[in-house]
Design a protein around this ligand. Structure first.
Ligand code: ZN
Length: 252
């Protein structure tokens, strides 16, 4: 039977071969702690890929149970998981894929600043939630506690991705959508979503997280990436600092 070292070597071998990652990058991944808020269409592929890549600790925040209508895109869950608490089902799948990953679960809704205190315990925050109000709350907290934030969203055939890096950002997520803080609509439930689009955006969110952990810079800091799956187009839009943004100007 192979010992743990050899098993780990085999598991990550193809990734360690990538010159920007290597053995040192793999060690950084192992030591990293990543919090994923929302274990849905975006959170599921993010968690799957980060667990597969060897991120040492994953935190999973969600308050829902698995429903039949989730299975079209939330690839962590299986038909037998319907009715189960999402964070528990997510942990089971992650552990089956990679038992070496430590998984912390938070079966709760993040509503207040007090709830966001969990963020301080992690190195990188990933926002896969579907509420603009919550996204602004998380963005504000990440600015306040100087945490890298990877924010994604998806609806119909389109997706967006933006990164806040406290060391390199001039703008934050709320500089774009901060004035919509009272809009709590979930576009996905009203307009629909193509599962592969959440897969695309979720995979890119995981990829940007891996890059950040191993010390590579991102071109999505200060730039909003917009993906149009219907026409297969990517656009990057520069996001200047919004001088009226409540999150990064007043440090509330
Ligand atoms: Zn801002």
């Amino acid at each position: 039977m192979k010992n743990t070292l050899i098993t780990g070597y085999d598991r990550y071998y193809r990734q360690v071969l990538v010159k920007e990652i290597g053995g040192q990058g793999q060690q950084k991944l192992k030591k990293s702690k990543v919090l994923v808020i929302g274990a849905g269409g975006l959170g599921a592929p993010v968690l799957f890929y980060l667990a597969a890549s060897g991120v040492g600790t994953l935190g999973v925040v969600d308050y829902d149970t698995v429903e039949m209508s989730n299975l079209q895109r939330q690839i962590l869950y299986k038909t037998k998981d319907i009715g189960q608490i999402k964070v528990k089902a997510a942990k089971n799948t992650i552990k089956t894929l990679n038992p070496d990953v430590k998984v912390n679960t938070y079966n709760k809704k993040i509503i207040t600043d007090a709830d966001t205190n969990i963020l301080s315990e992690y190195d990188i925050i990933i926002d896969g939630s579907d509420s603009i109000k919550l996204k602004n709350l998380i963005a504000r907290k990440c600015v306040k506690v100087s945490k890298t934030l990877v924010t994604g969203s998806a609806s119909t055939w389109e997706g967006q991705l933006f990164i806040y890096d406290p060391n390199n950002s001039v703008s934050c997520y709320s500089c774009i959508y901060g004035n919509q803080s009272n809009n709590n609509d979930n576009d996905c439930s009203h307009l629909g979503i193509v599962g592969t689009v959440t897969g695309m955006i979720g995979s890119m969110m995981a990829s940007e997280t891996i890059k950040n952990i191993v010390g590579l810079s991102s071109s999505l800091t200060n730039n909003l990436l917009i993906y149009d799956g219907l026409f297969n187009e990517f656009r990057k839009i520069f996001v200047p600092k919004n001088t009226t943004c409540r999150s990064c100007n007043y440090n509330l």
